[in-house]
Design a protein around this ligand. Sequence first.
Ligand SMILES: Nc1ncnc2c1ncn2[C@@H]1O[C@H](COP(=O)(O)OP(=O)(O)O)[C@@H](O)[C@H]1O
Ligand SMILES: [Mg+2]
Length: 281
Amino acid sequence: MILELRGLTKRFGQGEAVLEDVSLRINEGEIFGLIGKSGAGKSTLARCVNYLEEPSGGEVVFAGRELGKLPRGELYEARRSMGMVFQQFNLLMQRSVIGNVCFPMEISGWKRRAARSRALELLETVGLSDKADEYPATLSGGQRQRVAIARAIALSPRILLCDEATSALDPETTRGILALLRELNQRLGITILVITHEMLVVESICHRVAILDHSRVVEVGEVGEVFERPKTDAAKALVAGDGQAERARKIMRAIESYLDNAGLSELSAEEALRRAGIPID
Ligand SMILES: Nc1ncnc2c1ncn2[C@@H]1O[C@H](COP(=O)(O)OP(=O)(O)O)[C@@H](O)[C@H]1O
Ligand SMILES: [Mg+2]
């Protein structure tokens, strides 16, 4: 086991608890999903895991050490073993791609040349060898997230925390990023905590999943098991919601194929419905 949360609680000021008695065990080498609706407390959990937020109660045990008991220097060291990837990439826009990947190595005291040479390897790993000297502004969203992933694994972390890493990306780009995460997990053995509100993401790459609902973990298990036989209302709602979205996509595709056959391939399903006077909102 690489990460254990024991009875984790977090409240801000006098407010209601944002996390309530959260206990989870994440095994070394697995891709673990944490899914829940917006506001459930997912990002707060991610920030408590690496002690960017101090929990109000409970314990975070990472690689056998309780983070709350570590002196500051050792906490920083533990934090370097946790890579973070965010929805908004958080790249330094005034630095080149390679400059972004070198950044964590530079602040950890690496020599410039060693950092550059490792950064080039990392860029190759994420498929961006040809972009080293470009600037983030010239990259697509998917390419920016690849830079952020290269940066996040620069110091060879033992766990990668991905907070809505694909939520700003279109479905195809999302598939590419998920494939990259799976590859990093298999090749480097890095444990990944995938935090998302999207079931598709969990189904694509996670081994196990926990459902966070109103500050609490309400269900944990193998992905297939949890989604095929959801026990709690929160899990059922996630599965049902996704089933409906999938059905809506199928209907739109069916309308478009009908339009193609009718020689109206330039019309989208939405446009055809609008012209027919059928509102879809
Ligand atoms: N720094 C903060 N101060 C006060 N409330 C916060 C803070 N950060 C998050 N919250 C509250 O905690 C709840 C959970 O937020 P968050 O962890 O961002 O959820 P999620 O990532 O699941 O959408 C929300 O109600 C949010 O307003
Ligand atoms: Mg969030």
